[in-house]
Design a protein. Structure first.
Length: 124
């Protein structure tokens, strides 16, 4: 059955802002030579590019941990900086490029103390 061009146009117009942003972010990830989050494996060293959606300070045994939920449109990973309460310029909505070793903990991707580069401006 051939697809209807009108139906495709309507479907395209119904896309959410999140879907559009996700597609754009994935194109940027590919162009920058970074690895999509969905493709990283346990213990793999990777360079990722995406945005922080949530930034949280979580004390662990008296030591502060700055945690960021980081997404590139293909998936999410938790970035953790142990011993940090804050990092200048690191806020929700900020685009980053991070490099480090990926760990799978309780079925979720994590990257501890990654090297980071603040990119662009804050969105959202």
């Amino acid at each position: 059955m051939a697809s209807n061009p009108f139906r495709r146009a309507v479907d395209w117009l119904r896309r959410s802002t999140e879907e559009i942003d996700s597609e754009q972010t994935l194109r940027t990830v590919a162009q920058s030579g970074c690895t999509p989050i969905a493709e990283v494996r346990d213990r793999q060293r990777a360079t990722l590019r995406g945005r922080i959606s949530v930034l949280t300070l979580r004390p662990r045994s008296g030591t502060p941990w700055l945690e960021a939920e980081f997404s590139d449109g293909s998936g999410t990973i938790t970035l953790i900086w142990m011993g940090r309460r804050e990092i200048a310029g690191m806020v929700a909505g900020r685009e980053l490029k991070v490099t480090g070793r990926v760990s799978w903990v309780d079925g979720q991707r994590r990257m501890y103390n990654p090297f980071y580069e603040l990119l662009g401006s804050v969105s959202g």
